[in-house]
Design a protein around this ligand. Structure first.
Ligand SMILES: Cc1cc2nc3c(=O)[nH]c(=O)nc-3n(C[C@H](O)[C@H](O)[C@H](O)COP(=O)(O)OP(=O)(O)OC[C@H]3O[C@@H](n4cnc5c(N)ncnc54)[C@H](O)[C@@H]3O)c2cc1C
Length: 143
């Protein structure tokens, strides 16, 4: 039987945990993220308050998984999933909507948002290192 192929979308806590949990299996693991780094989101506040630099809370995903045999990291955005054909479509700066087939698909993405209506209107979310940078926050407040 050929090696099963597992596609994991997202190199956050969920995606990395899935990749690590599967490291001793015979599966070929392909982790796809639109960013090249894992972001330790709970420390975004420290970036926003200039206690830490963005580089201190971002770690290259390839570095984290470098010792895992049979694990490949692809830099790209998953733009769609074709469940019937068992493939995802991946776009990056070089190529658009390239199909990558899978036997097993693990979505490790999370798009939280504010649920309170007042928060939705008046607050803004710390979601990435660039959005959390103090100068980005100041420019949003000025607007
Ligand atoms: C400021 C802040 C503070 C927090 N503090 C805490 C805390 O103290 N305790 C706690 O338990 N939790 C905390 N959280 C929540 C916690 O960080 C998140 O629940 C957790 O990071 C979610 O992990 P995840 O792997 O599900 O998603 P994420 O970490 O969001 O990872 C998703 C990954 O998927 C990638 N991705 C998304 N869409 C695509 C796509 N279409 N194609 C390719 N890649 C894609 C993203 O680039 C990202 O790398 C905090 C969050 C924030 C923002």
């Amino acid at each position: 039987m050929s090696q099963p192929r597992v596609i994991i979308v997202g190199g956050g806590f969920a995606g990395l945990a899935a990749a690590k949990a599967l490291r001793s299996t015979p599966a070929k693991i392909i982790l796809i993220d639109r960013l090249n780094h894992h972001l330790f989101q709970p420390l975004l506040y420290q970036v926003a308050t200039s206690v830490l630099t963005p580089g201190q809370i971002g770690t290259p995903i390839r570095g984290i998984l470098r010792k895992q045999k049979d694990t490949t990291v692809i830099l790209g955005e998953v733009t769609g999933v074709d469940k019937a054909r068992k493939c995802v479509f991946v776009s990056n700066a070089d190529r658009q909507n390239v199909p990558v087939s899978y036997n097993y698909f693990i979505p490790g993405i999370n798009e939280p948002g504010f649920t309170e209506s007042g928060s939705r209107i008046h607050a803004f979310r710390l979601s990435g290192v660039f959005g959390a940078a103090p100068d980005a926050i100041v420019s949003r407040l000025i607007k």
